[in-house]
Design a protein around this ligand. Structure first.
Ligand SMILES: [Fe+2]
Ligand SMILES: [Fe+2]
Length: 302
């Protein structure tokens, strides 16, 4: 494919996405009633998506404790969301800096950063409103995040972004329609889903283009990085520290969630769409395979 065709294709998509951004963008400061009290009896994630749902630990908890656990679980998901968004904003601004600012493709990168700025404020504000601690990756995961923020380019950058965005999107699409879920969480989810649909489109198309341009042989290193991003997302979406909020030792909670067939099914379900897409591009496999298996995101037969 010639460079000219590549640019035209890119800019055509970007032009559509810019128009959609102008028509469907939300300011969470205005759209969300941040002072509204929580509704008694409503959960913060659909109860069947709680990591301990159906386990003996869950059966022992009171209804209040179950609701409290889901509050910390949604805080953990939002904390990981902000963390990924902050990495993505750095990657996109660097990509933008290399491009022609008159091109729609470059302008859309900047527009996506603007979306993510609002999202990170929204997630940060939600975590504060929940009264939950900030659950974000620590140790080696934190170091890897900094590394990819500074060095992420090409397929590994877009694939890592897609894993986080599509998993979050699947969870939020369900939460926004669930009447058992707190209105604040439903509204935050709805705003995020509408705006992320553009990001997913942009990253999917850009990733497919870059794979075609890179050729199959050059992707071994990227596959390891992508597998590591999947592992981090799968294992840290629910930070084990959330279990402290209901008096459960983090390690005991982590082990129970890991063994919980409901939670395993939730992770496979959340990963299904992005796993299918990355499989079609041949990005799951080779030296990254073990990390993908350990992430819990692959279908049972894989
Ligand atoms: Fe976002
Ligand atoms: Fe995004």
């Amino acid at each position: 494919m010639s460079l000219e065709v590549l640019m035209t294709d890119r800019d055509r998509t970007a032009t559509r996405l810019l128009r959609s951004s102008a028509e469907h963008s939300y300011d969470p400061e205005v759209e969300i009633d941040w002072d509204a009290p929580f509704v008694p009896g409503k959960y913060f994630v659909p109860p069947h998506r709680s990591s301990l749902y159906g386990t003996p630990l869950w059966e022992r908890m009171t209804e209040e404790q179950r609701i409290e656990l889901t509050k910390h679980e949604v805080a953990s998901i939002a904390g990981l969301g902000v963390w990924f968004e902050t990495i993505l904003m750095q990657l996109l601004i660097r990509e933008y800096f290399k491009q022609d600012p008159t091109a729609p493709h470059a302008q859309y990168a900047l527009t996506e950063i603007a979306d993510e700025c609002r999202h990170s404020v929204m997630f940060g504000r939600m975590i504060a409103r929940l009264g939950a601690p900030l659950y974000q990756p620590t140790g080696v995961n934190q170091w890897l995040g900094k590394w990819i923020a500074h060095t992420g380019v090409g397929p590994r950058m877009y694939a890592a972004i897609l894993i986080a965005e599509e998993i979050l999107d699947t969870l939020q699409r369900e939460a926004m329609n669930d009447e058992n879920v707190q209105p604040l969480v439903r509204m935050v989810s709805r705003i995020h889903v509408v705006e992320e649909a553009r990001h997913v489109r942009y990253a999917r198309e850009e990733l497919a283009r870059q794979i075609r341009a890179a050729g199959r042989g050059r992707l071994a290193f990227d596959k390891v990085v992508i597998g590591r991003a999947a592992y981090l997302t799968g294992t840290r979406l629910i930070d084990p520290r959330v279990y402290r909020a209901v008096g459960i030792d983090p390690e005991e909670g982590r082990r129970a969630a890991r063994a919980n067939p409901h939670h395993r099914e939730t992770m496979r379900w959340a990963g299904e769409r992005v796993v299918t897409f990355l499989t079609d591009l041949d990005l799951i496999g080779g030296p990254g395979t073990a990390l993908w298996h350990a992430s819990g995101l692959l279908p049972r037969t894989a």
